[in-house]
Write a protein that binds this ligand. Structure first.
Ligand SMILES: Cc1ncc(COP(=O)(O)O)c(C=O)c1O
Length: 334
C-alpha cells in the first residue's frame, strides 16, 4: 500500500476547495536570486483560510466517525486554528467551545469567532498548557450532562491532524509533476508542530531529496523539538511508515532565531516584510507566523545558507486575521 492509499484508510471530511495553487513569486525571485514559489494554503476556503483546514479534514472525519456532538479546542485569542475549527464544526452541525487565552477584545479572529456563533470563553492565563486543564474540566461537565465532547489539542497537532500535512506533501509532489517543477527546499513556519511533522514525514517517504526547513516563530525551542519528535513517532506508528528522524536530524531542520522575542510578539521587521511581499506580489503574510517565517527565509537567502538559484517553495499557512487582531500595534509601525 502506498502513502496515499494509507491516508485513505482514515476518515476524512472534505473541507478544502481542492488543491491550493502554487504560484511563482516573479518579482521577489528576481530580487533575491532564488526561484521562489508560494503554496497558497492561505486560500483553503474555510473561514479566512490557512493550514488548519488540512488538519481539520481528518480531525472532523474522526469527530463524525465517533459521533461526537461538541468540539472543544484552545489557543490564543488571535488563534487561526480556533477560528477554523469553529467554522468546520458549525458547518457540520456540531457545537463548538473555544477556550482562549488573552484579552477579550472584539476584533480580528475573535470577532470572526463570535460572528459564527461559537461559544467563546476567554481566560487570563499565561500559557497554552493551562488551557488544557480548562478544556478537560469543560469536557467532564459536558459528559456528566450526557454530551459527547471531542477535545482537539492546541493547533490541531495530534497524529490525526498531522495526516492533513502528510496529504499536503503528496499534493505538492503531484503538483511538481504536473507543473514540471522540482523544489530543492520546502519552507514553512512551525509552532505547535503539526504542519512540520506532516511535511517531514510526507517528503521522507515521497521525495527525500527535498530539504524541508521549518522556521520557529518564537515558541520555546526545546518544547517544540520535544513535541515534534513525539508527534513524528506517534504519527508514523499510526500510519505505518518508518520515520528514521532523530532529535539531531530534527534540530538541524528546525530553524531558530526568527522568533523576535517570543511567540506572538509583533515587530516592525516582520511588518516591513509583510509590506514587502504585499507590494511585490499582492499577497498578505501574517504578523505571528508566516511573516516571521518569510523574514527567516529571506535572511537565509541573504546569508547564502539557501544558495542562489535554489528552487524554493514557501508554504503560506494563512493567518490573515492576525493583521486585524493587532491593527492598533501595526498602524504605529507604518
Ligand atoms: C497561520 C499559521 N501559520 C502557521 C502555524 C503553525 O502551524 P503548526 O501549529 O502546525 O506548527 C499556525 C498555527 O497556529 C498558523 O495559524
Amino acid at each position: 500500500m502506498n502513502l496515499v492509499q494509507k491516508l485513505e484508510q482514515f476518515p476524512r471530511v472534505q473541507m478544502l476547495w481542492g488543491k491550493t495553487p502554487i504560484v511563482r513569486a516573479e518579482n521577489i525571485s528576481s530580487e533575491t536570486g532564488i526561484e521562489l514559489y508560494i503554496k497558497r494554503d492561505d486560500l483553503t476556503g474555510l473561514a479566512l483560510g490557512g493550514n488548519k483546514t488540512r488538519k481539520l479534514e481528518f480531525l472532523m472525519g474522526e469527530a463524525l466517525a465517533c459521533h461526537y456532538d461538541t468540539v472543544i479546542t484552545a489557543g490564543a485569542v488571535h488563534s487561526n486554528h480556533a477560528l477554523q475549527t469553529a467554522a468546520a464544526a458549525k458547518k457540520l452541525g456540531l457545537d463548538v467551545i473555544l477556550v482562549l487565552r488573552g484579552k477579550e477584545e472584539n476584533r480580528g479572529n475573535l470577532l470572526m469567532d463570535k460572528l459564527l456563533h461559537a461559544d467563546v470563553r476567554v481566560y487570563d492565563v499565561k500559557t497554552g498548557r493551562e488551557l488544557n486543564n480548562i478544556m478537560q474540566d469543560i469536557a467532564s461537565d459536558l459528559k456528566s450532562n450526557g454530551r459527547k465532547p471531542f477535545i482537539i489539542p492546541i493547533g490541531g497537532s495530534n497524529p490525526t491532524g498531522v495526516l492533513g500535512y502528510i496529504k499536503a506533501a503528496a499534493e505538492i509532489v503531484e503538483q511538481e509533476q504536473e507543473m514540471k517543477l522540482d523544489f530543492d527546499y520546502v519552507i514553512s513556519p512551525t509552532s505547535s508542530g503539526g504542519t512540520q511533522t506532516g511535511l517531514l514525514l510526507g517528503f521522507k517517504v515521497l521525495k527525500p531529496v527535498t530539504k524541508i526547513l521549518n522556521i520557529g516563530v518564537g515558541d520555546p525551542r526545546e518544547e517544540l523539538l520535544e513535541d515534534v519528535l513525539n508527534l513524528i513517532n506517534k504519527t508514523s506508528e499510526a500510519i505505518g511508515i518508518k520515520a528514521d528522524i532523530n532529535y539531531e536530524n530534527l534540530k538541524a531542520v528546525t530553524v531558530d532565531g526568527y522568533g523576535f522575542g517570543g511567540y506572538g510578539t509583533i515587530v516592525k521587521e516582520v511588518i516591513d516584510v509583510i509590506r514587502y511581499a504585499a507590494s511585490k506580489e499582492g499577497f498578505y503574510l501574517d504578523p505571528v507566523y508566516s511573516g516571521k517565517a518569510f523574514y527567516g527565509m529571506l535572511d537565509l537567502v541573504n546569508k547564502r545558507i539557501i544558495p542562489q538559484g535554489s528552487k524554493v517553495l514557501f508554504i503560506h499557512t494563512g493567518g490573515l486575521g492576525g493583521i486585524f487582531q493587532y491593527e492598533e500595534i501595526i498602524k504605529d509601525m507604518l
